[in-house]
Write a protein that binds this ligand. Structure first.
Ligand code: CA
Length: 614
């Protein structure tokens, strides 16, 4: 702990303040010695800095060249950082008319040992997704920071409610005790926007945590503590767009920094234009270069300096925090060739890191296009390891809420999973019952607790890496509305004075308490279930509202029975004979009850049964 505090103090002391200097900022704010990425490009911003000539006299750091674009207020400096930590501080002197006019020290730091082989998240993990503004307010003094544009207003469903990094840190044990091993946080970087800034997807500074969430140092401290407790951290990143109030929006380095249109043009959000063999150039360009929304300018990743800036920024955060993974927002929207370069660069630096991309589309044919190893007819080769499994999410809900039919109900889910042959690596997909952008699963299954249990059981026992949204464990819901501010409601007990408390169960309904207990049993069991982590999957055609599948490896065999019927169901085991090899008993994972596997077993109505077979 003392070591960590010392480390944080050391890192804090590397934050450069340029004071009265003409140079307002240099990004990245530091780099490290011994990185695979040893050639970096510094973005120097300040009044007329393009006319300055930088000089570095240091054995370990050399200037390779400089670039000036249209704005006189930017200077890009390419430097090479040796594998050795510089013996002397790295000073950059800036000359104008051969006279030294500015001088700054650029921090080149030693890498921490644990950054060299960062372990990614994988199938043995279960991810807890948090919207930081809405989870817990650990520090009420940062709810408003002058002169930031948006003030806190807990009465406003789309406003800032004050949740923060400290609130997450205070409740790490709660997350661990639920049985999770990883957390994905919606973005924490500065969003100094006038309104609707709490969600974090309108970045106004790519190197700075929003002060209303805390600080870079607080993010690091929380991440370190989470790691100590066995929680991996997944950072939400966005390279498609920034926020309209981003500092560079009043002074672009070059006119093509942002994808500009004669009149405001929104992306058409039609993701299939990238695969469509008959697509028009206009539709494709509109998809990639149109703005996400009017407050989110579309970044031009085809600009070389922009591309370098974004790649370095991502590496900087992984190295600074020691991340286990990245969740990349709106994966198909940026220039798709840039995305390959970005992913390649990340993997070169951190081969074991996992990155999951958001491609919100209901068909495996489209989602699988983006996974590394997929051979696409048009030759596009992605380097992305993992994707969010939207086809499973939407079909799972339909399977539970639609009547059984030839191609509806469980059959629809069966047939989507059957399309796993389209993926290069279906095991490395992230499966989820809901997320921050859609109705809560309890609402999606019409507040039917049995269906809720079937949905969660499926997500936690099918192939892939499960992700659960905060508050699912206490049946948070959004009845009668799809307002995102309601979906992302405050977790009860996260604010001083809350009458109900999801952390302690105070004031929760009996059903919510039961849900939490039930989910914790399932998550704790899943931690030990190698067959679920890496085993094979065999499923049988759904029949009479019952879907049966097995997960198995050399050490373990699991049988999952999802029964949509309201009544108990007598399941004849004959049809599953190929899965049995002399086993005679099954242990119910939820009740620990042992049952004999005779000719048939009886499973409860509208619920999920998970048996360990032995
Ligand atoms: Ca706060």
């Amino acid at each position: 702990m003392i070591f960590r505090l010392l480390l944080i103090v050391l890192l804090c002391s590397t934050q450069v303040s340029y004071g009265q200097s003409r140079i307002e900022r240099i990004e990245p704010p530091n780099w490290w010695a011994g990185m695979e990425t040893d050639t970096i490009q510094l973005l120097v911003y300040g009044d007329n800095v393009a006319s300055l000539t930088p000089i570095i006299k240091n054995k370990s750091v050399k200037i390779l060249g400089t670039t000036v674009l249209e704005s006189p207020n930017y200077l890009f400096i390419d430097i090479k950082v040796d594998g050795q930590l510089p013996k002397r501080k790295v000073k950059i002197n800036f000359l104008e008319n051969k006279r030294k006019v500015e001088s700054i020290t650029y921090p080149i730091l030693a890498r921490q040992d644990n950054r060299k082989n960062l372990e990614g998240f994988d199938n043995s993990d279960a991810i807890y997704l948090i919207t930081p503004d809405r989870f817990a307010n650990g520090d009420a003094t940062n709810d408003y920071i002058s002169p930031m544009l948006e003030k806190p207003d807990r009465e406003n469903i789309g406003g800032r409610h004050g949740g923060d990094i400290q609130g997450i840190q205070n409740n790490l044990d709660y997350i661990v005790d639920l049985g999770f091993s990883a957390i994905w946080l919606n973005p924490l970087l500065e969003n100094d926007m006038e309104t609707y800034s709490y969600h974090g997807y309108s970045t106004t500074d790519f190197y700075k945590v929003d002060p209303r969430f805390g600080s870079n140092e607080a993010y690091l401290e929380m991440t370190e503590e989470a790691r100590d407790k066995g929680l991996k951290l997944i950072m939400d990143m966005i390279v498609n767009h920034c926020g309209l109030e981003h500092w560079w929006m009043t002074d672009y380095p070059s006119p093509d920094w942002i994808n500009e249109w004669d009149e405001y043009t929104q992306t058409n959000h039609r993701k299939t234009v990238l695969q469509d063999p008959y697509v028009s150039e206009l539709d494709k360009k509109t998809f990639t270069d149109g703005w996400f929304v009017p407050t989110m300018p579309d970044l031009n990743q085809r600009n070389e300096q922009m591309a370098t800036y974004l790649i370095q920024n991502s590496i900087w955060w992984v190295e600074y925090l020691g991340l286990a993974g990245i969740r990349m927002d709106t994966y198909p929207y940026p220039d798709m060739y840039f995305m390959t370069d970005w992913t390649k660069a990340m993997m070169k630096e951190y081969p074991d890191l996992n990155i999951v991309g958001e491609e919100w589309f209901g068909e495996p044919a489209i989602v699988s296009y983006w996974q590394k190893g997929k051979k696409n007819p048009n030759g596009y080769a992605s380097e992305l390891k993992s994707l969010m499994d939207f086809p499973i999410q939407s079909t799972l809900v339909k399977a539970l809420t639609e009547e059984e039919g030839w191609s509806t109900g469980w059959m629809a889910l069966y047939e989507v999973l059957a399309q796993d042959f389209l993926y290069a690596d279906p095991q490395n997909l992230v499966v989820f019952p809901d997320n921050h952008d859609m109705s809560r699963i309890f609402t999606q299954v019409e507040e039917d607790y049995g269906k809720f249990q079937q949905a969660l059981t499926y997500i936690l026992t099918t192939r892939g890496i499960p992700q659960i949204y905060y508050g699912t464990e206490i049946l948070m819901k959004n009845p009668g509305t799809e307002d995102h501010g309601i979906i992302r409601s405050d977790f009860p007990g996260g604010w001083k004075g809350d009458k109900t408390n999801g952390f302690t169960n105070k004031g929760l309904s009996e059903e919510a308490i039961a849900a939490k207990t039930w989910l914790t049993i399932l998550l704790e069991w899943r931690k030990t279930a190698s067959a679920v982590h890496t085993g094979k999957l065999t499923h049988f055609l759904p029949n009479e509202g019952v879907y049966v599948y097995f997960r198995y490896d050399d050490d373990q065999k699991i049988m999952v029975v999802l029964n949509k019927n309201t009544e108990d169901y007598i399941l004849d085991l004959k049809r599953f004979a190929e899965m049995f090899d002399g086993e005679t008993k099954g242990k119910n994972v939820f009740t620990q009850e042992e049952i004999l596997l005779g000719k048939s077993i009886t499973v409860g109505g509208n619920g999920a049964t998970v048996l360990e077979i032995f």
